[in-house]
Design a protein around this ligand. Structure first.
Ligand code: SAH
Length: 377
């Protein structure tokens, strides 16, 4: 709590560029739209946005940057300032699938003529998991799950809930219902038996996030939860990236920073966009293993893996650019550890140890842009 209350450095006079004034009273604030559907989403026709990017800001190279929507005050303004003042697109994946995921995306992709992945993902808990209906009490009125996190509830907690319900009347008193529902919402618990709640299994999270079943299989369960909790929601990202299909019928060359378990690549693959080259930068052993095994099973393009973004120097980027003739897409969501609300101890914003890796994304993107502009690629 101390950390999040700390006064943050204020930056004055940032160019407004493409960013319409969302709230004239405070240029640091970036109010989240309600409903959080970004510039447009399938099924939400009403408030589609048009935007004009300056010639300098449009691709190629195209770029796509992601992070948690609810960052500490002022952080999205700062992210935007570092990414050509382009306005973030805030989307809660709840509007597309059965689990919430509030994320901000800054990109220079066209936003017209997007198309969703088909078939559309299950939109409610019961559409995703019809077999749990049988155990679902009528007083649990959830239709969607909350954001999938990196860790799950302990057996101690689910046992305690079961004991409380077994010793209550049916339906339980309002106070017990409230207690149980608070925990169910906090931990995304589902009803798997009479009076019995449990966390989602990794393969259920894979389904909700748009990954193929067993995508994360082969590493420990804790690692599976961790990497799934950090990943993109594939249908959401695919909707934004869908415009690339028309532009690159022969495939794309991708610089993938903080690849994780490959949410961006799975999205491109599901869109039918061939990845000619992916330079994947990812430090986590488990995530690397998961991504590599998916790649080997599904892809024919060239994969080059780099561990630490810090070791991807500008010289190395330059040599990849000459080797492959440039990049079509620079994609990545840098670690949110110091931005996300669930981190009470080190929520120190972009300057925090992990979240500062954002500046490596900026460094590398700027280098790619200027090198490609210099070579007129
Ligand atoms: N978009 C990804 C997840 C990104 S989470 C997906 O769809 O799965 C951020 C990722 O950055 C994590 O996987 C983390 O392991 C990785 N990371 C953290 N520090 C890093 C570093 N120094 N270099 C490269 N990757 C790093």
């Amino acid at each position: 709590m101390e950390e999040s209350r700390k006064k943050r450095k204020r930056y004055g006079g940032g160019g407004q560029g493409n960013r319409p004034s969302l709230d004239g009273s405070d240029e640091e604030s970036m109010p989240l739209p309600n409903p959080m559907v970004g510039f447009n989403l399938p099924g939400y026709s009403g408030s589609s946005v048009t935007r004009m990017l300056s010639k300098l800001d449009t691709g190629p190279p195209f770029f796509y940057y992601e992070n948690v929507a609810r960052a500490p005050k002022g952080e999205w303004a700062k992210i935007s300032r570092n990414l050509f003042d382009i306005q973030p697109e805030f989307v809660d994946s709840l509007h597309l699938c059965a689990a919430a995921r509030k994320r901000g995306y800054i990109h220079n992709l066209p936003i017209e003529n997007r198309s969703p992945l088909l078939p559309l993902p299950p939109k409610t808990i019961f559409e995703a998991f019809p077999h749990y209906k049988k155990w679902w009490p009528s007083w649990d009125t959830r239709t969607h799950l909350n954001c999938l996190q990196t860790c799950v509830a302990s057996a101690k907690l689910t046992d305690r809930i079961q004991r409380a319900l077994v010793s209550s009347s049916n339906p339980p008193p309002k106070s017990v219902q409230k207690d149980v529902m608070d925990e169910c919402k906090k931990w995304n618990l589902i009803w798997v038996g009479k009076n019995k709640v449990a966390p989602l299994e990794p393969h259920e999270m894979e389904l909700l996030l748009g990954f193929p079943r067993d995508h994360t299989r082969g590493v420990g369960k804790t690692q599976r939860y961790k990497s799934l909790g950090n990943s993109f929601q594939v249908d959401t990202v695919a909707y934004h990236l869908s415009v690339l299909r028309r532009m690159f019928p022969n495939g794309v060359r991708v610089l993938s920073l903080f690849t994780g378990i490959g949410g961006g690549e799975v999205a491109l693959h599901k869109l039918g966009i061939h990845m000619r080259v992916v330079i994947s930068v990812e430090i986590g052993e488990a995530s690397k293993k998961i991504f590599r095994s998916w790649w080997d099973q599904t892809q024919t393009g060239t994969l080059i893996e780099i561990d630490d973004v810090k070791s991807l120097t500008n010289d190395r980027v330059a040599s990849f650019i000459s080797q492959f003739g440039g990049f079509d897409l620079v994609i990545g969501g840098s670690p949110c550890n110091n931005l996300a609300g669930s981190n009470r101890h080190h929520r120190d914003g972009l300057e925090g140890k992990h979240s500062a890796l954002f500046y490596d994304y900026v460094r590398i993107l700027n280098f790619v842009k200027s090198t490609m502009a210099g070579r007129r690629m």
